[in-house]
Design a protein around this ligand. Structure first.
Ligand code: GLV
Length: 320
């Protein structure tokens, strides 16, 4: 008998077919609506494998219902949506999809950096709103990227790929990481500094660290106060790493210059969120890894991890 698995969102047919060769598959068929919690709670009772997204909270309560579950395969590199400690205690493997999304996420990070510094969205709206009546010397002027100082908080795979892009813009690159990575410093031309120094000296502060209890609100009022008035904050990691209320006040009061945000404390972001009222904020809806090629690779990798997990082989990307 094939092991039963459940997929929490509609994924491409080709990948479902690949899983069906080994498993009995059931899938939540909606593309844009997350599976209701009560449906997921019922589904997990009877399955050996779960293919899920970062929109599902795989917590202890859910895992308690999953008596036969062997593997939770998350289609994301981040896994803060999963209680990995509770999974480990129950002998459930958790996997993620690192590597395949590194360059795509670094691209989006750089896109936000460019868009905020040169006020691309604001300028586009200005034109479309019929406000462009003349060219003038200081109209819609922004900050330079070329030659500026970039501070990367979290020098993992994506942080390193952002540094490579920054080299092409002759940026002076600082980084802070929980542990110093001397082996990459010469190769990437980056310099290790303590966090406060990074905040004080950088023209762009880019957050690239995982979201853990230690990094929750890592950037709050105190840290924002260290940043230059002309500095720009970019977050393509997880919303909870930045205290959004403190960020709003810093941006509103021009204590920092702009922010480029792909991620938010609560997703989807409420339309009432005051950040959306600020012209110096560029917001996109968590699309860091959203290229067609990369999303397909992530789904394939999550499928491979899942198949290995339910057939008692070691998946390539085990978190616990
Ligand atoms: C996306 O945010 C991911 O963690 O893959």
């Amino acid at each position: 008998m094939k092991p039963k698995i459940f997929i929490t969102r509609k994924i491409p047919k080709r990948i479902v077919t690949q899983i069906e060769e080994v498993c009995e598959v059931e899938m939540w068929e909606e593309e844009d609506t997350p599976i209701p919690r009560e449906v997921l709670e019922k589904k997990v009772e009877d399955i050996e494998g779960l293919f899920c997204l970062l929109t599902e909270s795989i917590d202890e309560e859910l895992l308690n219902k999953a008596k036969k579950l062997k593997i939770v395969s998350n289609m994301a590199v981040g896994y803060n949506n999963i209680d990995v400690g509770a999974a480990k205690e129950r002998g459930i493997t958790v996997t993620n999809t690192p590597g395949v999304l590194t360059e795509t996420t670094a691209d989006l990070t750089f896109a936000l950096l460019m868009a905020t510094s040169r006020r691309i969205v604001e300028a586009s709206d200005y034109l479309r709103d019929g406000k462009w009546e003349t060219w003038s010397p200081m109209q819609l002027t922004g900050q330079d990227v070329y030659g500026a100082t970039l501070g990367i908080i979290g020098m993992g795979r994506i942080g390193q790929s952002v540094a490579k892009r920054a080299k092409g813009f002759d940026m002076n690159i600082l980084y802070y990481n929980q542990s110093r990575k001397t082996e990459i410093e010469d190769r990437l031309g980056v310099r290790y500094v303590e966090m406060d120094q990074l905040l004080q000296e950088s023209d762009f502060v880019v957050i690239m660290t995982p979201y853990t209890p230690e990094t929750e609100n890592l950037i709050a009022k105190r840290e924002l106060a260290f940043m230059k008035e002309s500095a720009i904050l970019i977050n393509t990691a997880r919303g909870g790493i930045v205290d959004e209320e403190a960020l709003y006040h810093a941006l509103k009061n021009n204590e920092i210059w702009a922010a480029g945000l792909d991620v938010f404390e609560t997703e989807p972001i409420s339309q009432e969120n005051p950040l959306l009222t600020l012209p110096n904020v560029v917001t996109v809806p968590h699309i860091g890894s959203a290229s067609i090629k990369t999303r397909l690779k992530m789904a394939e990798l999550a499928a491979e991890n899942l198949i290995n997990g339910v057939t008692d082989k070691k998946p390539a990307h085990v978190v616990v």
